[in-house]
Design a protein around this ligand. Structure first.
Ligand SMILES: Nc1ncnc2c1ncn2[C@@H]1O[C@H](COP(=O)(O)OP(=O)(O)OP(=O)(O)O)[C@@H](O)[C@H]1O
Length: 538
């Protein structure tokens, strides 16, 4: 995309067009010249690490899997929203408005940037659009995806990449994606198709060389980098190949090169027909050129919506001239942000910008587009409404895979094992010493045995209970997120967690041995008679 803003290269102009795909050329995937994440490059060299043992589920011919592994193009998704407001109930009972009468549209094959100063309402708007608002939030207005008012189906038909990525750190990349594939993908998906999808994503997102690396952890092992974690979060959302994706600040915490790569990856997905709405902070001009449209939010209102190039013209028309050699997006945020010490003046300026935008030509054009879309929805009932024929995995499938995941956590956390063994030995020794020589066939002896039994039962009842009290708060954020995404229900989580805790007493014979960098599950070398990635990769 090029624009002429008269800022001598300081604006949104792109000088080296060979490196940036043309935004109008969305039908040409190869236009993303500077990307490791091109989605249609079966001729890529295959990276095989010499030190890594191949599992029987690694693709023998990755190019072939790449070629046939895809589930075709994603279903096209048009998301349109009108007069959307979001309120939240405060502790004093009053309602606070976080998003104020916002309208917009995202069409198939478009990458929409949602920008604004911190606290502008970007995340709130996006979670409302994705039907993932927290409890206690009230959404008012119309949101329609492919002609249907948004509802619970959004969990199946859209992906949501959160600002902060949460994973089970003790798992490897391959394990995480495999478990997620079992929890997220349609239960009718064949084993081979699931495997292909995982391998395909690993290669497309340049995670293949790190597939046996643990996601995180504190035990000094090699773990994923920040960029790899973001890509893994993205891969998780792409497992079901949704047509609509929400990405909340995917580039936060990344260096400019990694950020460029990640947005190029989003762009590559858009070229394939997906609709992506993405909040982003301070993108460079090069990065901004990868977006099709821009929505600027301030104080919960729309300050601008339209092409990125048009934003410069709009702000200029209001007397806000972006200085030379200044990144325009930085400038917009600066204009829209609250200046400490002069909040009321800033608020007044923001109100005036939003009011002026509401009556601008760009707003009228957008309104017409939105009205046309809703008109079509209301009047063309016979228009095909794309819905996915999705069948959720069975209760027992989810249960089995969750038990497996939690079992891995327990087995792989050496702190838990060592502390528990030492604790049990100390208690056994203390209690044993107290009862030495007390086993006598007298009334006092019987009472002593009763006391010993009480200690044994109390020790084996209360310790696990207190353990859970300590463990659950740690897992709570991931639990609520996965529960909200519809991956499982609370009973499934509870049963799986409890079963894994009970099963841990039968410690896996290989748990302390192998390295997870060498093979798949449990750090086994693929020959475990009881559990192996191959056997469980069903
Ligand atoms: N549950 C809540 N109760 C009260 N205020 C809230 C609640 N959730 C969000 N807010 C407020 O709403 C405003 C918008 O929040 P939101 O997270 O959408 O902002 P944002 O634009 O995504 O910010 P950032 O870029 O910093 O992530 C903020 O001022 C925030 O403090």
């Amino acid at each position: 995309m090029s624009s002429s803003n008269g800022n001598g290269g300081a604006g949104l102009e792109i000088e080296d067009t060979t490196k940036i795909p043309s935004l109008n050329n969305s039908s040409n995937p190869s236009s993303i010249a500077d990307s490791s994440y091109e989605l249609a490059t079966p001729a890529d060299p295959i990276i095989v690490d010499p030190g890594i043992t191949r599992s029987k589920y690694d693709p023998l011919y990755p190019e072939v899997e790449e070629l046939f592994g895809g589930g075709g193009s994603p279903a096209p998704c048009t998301l349109v929203w009108r007069d959307l407001s979001v309120h939240v109930k405060q502790k004093d009972g009053r309602m606070k408005r976080l998003v104020n009468n916002v309208s917009g549209i995202a069409k198939p094959g478009s990458l929409v940037a949602l920008m604004g100063p911190s606290g502008a309402g970007k995340t709130t708007l996006m979670s409302a659009l994705a039907n993932r608002v927290p409890v206690g939030t009230i959404t008012d207005g119309e949101i329609s995806m492919n002609g249907r008012p948004v509802g619970d189906f959004m969990h199946r038909e859209s992906g949501y990449m959160h600002q902060d990525d949460l994973f089970v750190d003790n798992l490897t990349v391959m394990e995480h994606l495999t478990i997620m594939a079992r929890l997220r993908m349609d239960r009718r998906t064949t084993t081979i198709a699931r495997r292909r999808r995982v391998n395909q994503l690993l290669r497309q997102l340049a995670l293949y060389p790190s597939r046996y690396t643990r996601i995180g952890g504190l035990d000094g092992r090699k773990t994923l980098s920040g960029g790899e974690r973001k890509r893994l979060a993205f891969a998780t959302e792409l497992l079901t190949d949704p047509g609509l994706l929400f990405c909340d600040e995917p580039t936060t915490g990344l260096d400019s090169f990694s950020a460029q790569k990640l947005v190029a990856l989003l762009r590559a997905n858009v070229v394939q027909g997906k609709t992506i709405i993405c909040t982003i902070h301070q993108p460079s001009s090069e990065l901004m050129a990868l977006f099709d449209s821009l929505m600027l939010l301030a104080e919960g209102r729309v300050a601008y919506a339209g092409s990125a190039a048009g934003a410069l013209g709009f702000f200029k028309s209001l007397g806000y001239h972006c200085p030379l050699m200044y990144n325009p997006t930085d400038y917009f945020i600066k204009v829209l942000a609250m200046t400490p010490g002069s909040e009321s003046a800033s608020r007044h300026a923001v109100k005036s910008i939003c009011d002026r935008f509401a009556v601008s030509d760009a707003a009228k054009e957008l309104d017409m587009e939105i009205h046309l879309e809703f008109h079509l929805i209301e009047n063309e009932d016979e228009r095909p409404r794309t819905t996915r024929d999705f069948k959720s995995p069975f209760f027992f499938t989810k249960l089995l895979w969750l038990i497996y995941r939690y079992l891995l956590i327990v087995i792989r956390d050496p702190r838990i094992q060592v502390v528990r063994i030492v604790q049990k030995l100390a208690i056994a020794l203390t209690a044993g010493l107290c009862f030495i020589g007390t086993v006598r066939l007298t009334q006092a002896g019987i009472q002593d045995v009763q006391g010993a039994l009480f200690i044994i039962i109390a020790e084996n009842t209360f310790s696990p209970m207190y353990g859970v009290l300590h463990m659950f708060p740690e897992e709570f954020p991931l639990f609520t997120r996965e529960l909200g995404a519809g991956l499982y229900t609370t009973p499934i989580y509870y049963i799986a967690r409890m079963t894994a805790l009970m099963l841990e007493v039968v410690e896996h014979p290989h748990a302390k041995g192998g390295s997870s960098d060498q093979a798949g599950w449990c750090g086994l070398a693929g020959s475990c008679p009881t559990v192996s990635v191959g056997d469980l990769y069903i």
